[in-house]
Design a protein around this ligand. Structure first.
Ligand code: FAD
Ligand code: DHB
Length: 386
């Protein structure tokens, strides 16, 4: 098989890139290790930045997102048993976030691609990426490409195809993980609640008027078996309780449970010859800022523009600037995600650190300047502004 752009991975990065290239008349093949069913059921993120919603809308895949997604203009920071609203839209020029599951975005993009008769080769794991020759091997086949887009996530093969001495890696592991659940229960608040508690962080989010998404900070090597449903609810009730007793957390059947490690990771540069890394293949952020999916989308918007210039006019200037252009946003988002993470979690247990955290939280909810910093980063800076 031959194609202009070989895309490894049908996560949000690979699928959106395929979609943007198709609209520009550029030929691409998407290879995906897993089955369609598996990638459509994989539960992950749920917060879409304004810019992510805009690109999906402008390119014709936002219809269900606008019907089913929940637009949020604020969020709550809860600490010391008291909630404080951050008025995101008032603080960030009217911009908002939309709560819509990552796997719903994935379903919409897969449907658009298959409906257009374009190829996604499922259950085809790329085994090697030959950067020099532009060849991706999978099973007994190979795909010859002018450009390779490594959109195969953190554990993929693309990044590993770059010689070690050509990559700088920056990394931090956090001493905790998140246990995430989906429950058949109506959300207990209209907005997201980020809770700081002495026992650890808790987050209330949602997927629909009938489904709540909840997360708990747990030890990094925690086993899911250690968390029967009753323990999860008890811990959530304890961490999220308000001092006035006015908050009632709705409970319901838990139908999905998983543990996600928290890490920061960046590999630079994001290009090696004809290989371009995008999304989690190049960088990971801790989930507290809700940025992983949005950053993947920002990368492929930049990459698609560069590829259009290359294939339409033979102009490589944008592609040459790809890595530097993306990394500016990557580091802004890394900082924001780290900042949210260290402000909201139980870190080392050091009382000095706990006092600093509390001071920071009080400042964020009292100072308009500090709240604005949180808001404009949370709803997402414009592509041009980073
Ligand atoms: P991925 O979504 O990882 O997609 C990569 C794709 O490549 C996958 O479909 C994979 O099967 C495929 N692949 C891998 N190797 C190969 C190969 N060799 N050949 C072919 N295909 C291959 N972010 C948040 O903001 N909030 C959250 O709550 C949150 N929860 C998360 C939970 C988990 C368990 C994980 C792993 C991530 C979570 N994230 C979260 C991060 C967010 O989901 C990611 O940033 C986002 O999925 C990045 O998209 P991507 O397309 O770059 O990578
Ligand atoms: C969700 C995930 C996040 O990482 C976050 O910060 C907020 C919400 C979610 O899955 O809904």
């Amino acid at each position: 098989m031959d194609t202009q752009v070989g895309i490894v991975g049908a996560g949000p990065a690979g699928l959106l890139l395929g979609h943007l290239l198709a609209r520009a008349g550029i030929d691409a093949v998407v290879l995906e290790a897993r089955s369609r069913d598996y990638v459509e059921q994989r539960v992950r993120a749920g917060v879409l930045e304004q810019g992510t919603v805009d690109v999906l809308t402008e390119t014709g895949v936002g219809e269900r997102l606008h019907r089913e997604g929940m637009v949020h203009h604020g969020l709550e920071l809860r600490f010391g048993g008291v909630g404080h609203r951050i008025a995101l839209s008032e603080l960030a020029d009217g911009r908002a976030i939309t709560v819509y599951g990552q796997q719903e975005v994935v379903k919409d993009l897969i449907a658009a691609r298959l409906d257009a008769g374009l190829p996604i080769v499922f259950e085809s794991e790329a085994t090697t990426v030959d950067v020099e020759r532009g060849v991706i091997r999978f099973g007994d086949d190979e795909l010859r490409c002018e450009v390779i887009a490594g959109c195969d996530g953190f554990h993929g093969v693309s990044r590993a195809a770059v010689p070690e001495d050509a990559l700088d890696v920056y990394e931090r592991e956090y001493p905790f993980a998140w246990l995430g659940i989906l429950a058949r229960a109506a959300p207990s608040s209209e907005e997201l609640i980020y809770t700081h508690h002495d026992r650890g962080f808790a987050l209330h989010s949602m997927r629909s008027p009938e489904i709540t998404r909840l997360y708990l900070q747990v030890p990094p090597d925690e086993r899911i078996e250690a968390w029967p449903d009753e323990r999860i609810w008890e811990e959530l009730q304890t961490r999220m309780a308000t001092a006035d007793g006015g908050f009632a957390l709705n409970e319901g059947e838990i139908f999905e449970k998983g543990i996600t490690p928290m890490r920061s990771f960046v590999a630079e540069p994001m290009r090696h010859g004809r290989l371009f890394l995008a999304g989690d293949a190049a960088h990971i952020v801790p989930a507290t800022g809700a940025k992983g999916l949005n950053l993947a989308v920002a990368d492929v918007r930049v990459l698609a523009r560069g590829l259009r210039d290359l294939f339409e006019r033979g102009d490589e200037a944008r592609l040459d600037a790809y890595s530097e252009r993306c990394l500016r946003r990557v580091w802004r988002v890394q900082h924001f995600s780290w900042w949210m993470t260290q402000m909201l979690h139980r870190m080392t247990g050091d009382p000095f650190e706990a006092k600093l955290q509390r001071s920071q939280l009080e400042y964020v909810v009292r100072s308009e300047a500090a709240a604005k910093t949180l808001a404009e980063n949370y709803v997402g800076l414009e592509l041009e502004d980073v």
